[in-house]
Design a protein around this ligand. Structure first.
Ligand SMILES: [Zn+2]
Length: 287
């Protein structure tokens, strides 16, 4: 199997933004996966339109960010960030639709090499997130007949923006579960949490036609903003998510989310692991 990746250079921002390496991550992740010879197939994403962005956000907020009259989630008015946003959100939505339309078979998985979604609320950005690509992707999937969509947010931090939009727009068809909202800690507690992860997925997302997996790298024990799982436990986390979804016949679209270790190679290594486990579970040659 070739893993379907929805990627365009337009997702990438070269200008450094305060506090987070995420806008510059898509190109680095793609280079790493190519270098490692992962069997991937790159698909051009469809850019999100203003109408698409308004599936998750207030129209004035959307227009203000895009014309740089309002600050983005980094607190800047960068034209380069504004230009990238329809592509980062579009990549997530394109991956979601691809996974959904691939049905329940072995190939029902797709990737968006993007970050910066879950702290973006209905009319605000923050925490390095400007627009909520998870909600836009979920709503596009619902429009395409998903029935119900789940968001498994295993970033270190709580997806407050996602929660805000779900409440504001009364999206009872979209279910969110976040690691950042739970009390799991290190050591034995982390081991137990990983053992219970299959039941959590099958219980929380029963009846969903699609799962969006927000595979944050900042819950690594060495992350300056994180700190629960070892590298091997993070690999186990990813393996369990993919194995459980495959067993349930639940299509998955996943993305990168946070990761703040330096040098960035340490963060890329964790994203590499997620891709490796995905390829292993869905029948590729990754190891
Ligand atoms: Zn985070």
């Amino acid at each position: 199997m070739n893993l379907s990746v929805f990627y365009s250079e337009k997702q990438h921002v070269s200008d450094p933004q305060p506090g987070s390496p995420s806008p510059g991550k898509p190109d680095k992740v793609m280079a790493s996966w190519r270098e490692r010879g992962f069997p991937i197939k790159i698909h051009p994403p469809q850019a999100a339109t203003v109408e698409d962005l308004c599936l998750a956000h207030d129209a004035d907020y959307v227009r203000g960010v895009l014309d740089c009259s309002r600050a983005n989630g980094f607190g800047t008015r960068s034209a380069a960030v504004a230009a990238s946003l329809p592509w980062t959100v579009g990549s997530m939505a394109s991956a979601a639709l691809h996974a959904l339309q691939s049905g329940t078979g072995k190939s029902a998985v797709a990737v968006s090499p993007t970050s910066g979604f879950h702290h973006a609320g209905y009319a605000f950005g923050g925490g390095f997130c400007t627009f909520n690509g998870l909600i836009v992707a979920a709503r596009k999937a619902l429009q395409a007949g998903a029935g119900r969509v789940g968001i498994l947010d295993l970033d270190q931090h709580y997806g407050n923006g996602t929660a805000d939009i779900l409440a504001k727009l009364e999206l009872e068809n979209v279910v969110q579960w976040t690691l950042g909202h739970s009390a799991v800690s290190r050591g034995a507690a982390a081991v137990r949490w990983l053992e219970n992860l299959p039941e959590l997925i099958s219980g929380e997302f029963e009846g969903c036609g699609l799962l969006l997996y927000h595979a944050g790298a900042d819950c690594h024990i060495d992350d300056p903003l994180g700190g629960r799982f070892t590298s091997e436990q993070m690999r186990q986390r990813d393996r369990v998510v993919f194995q459980t979804c495959k067993a349930l016949g639940l299509p998955v679209a996943w993305n990168l989310a946070g990761g703040y270790q330096e040098p960035i190679r340490k963060v890329l290594a964790l994203h590499d692991q997620t891709a490796e486990e995905c390829l292993r579970v869905y029948g590729g040659e990754g190891k």
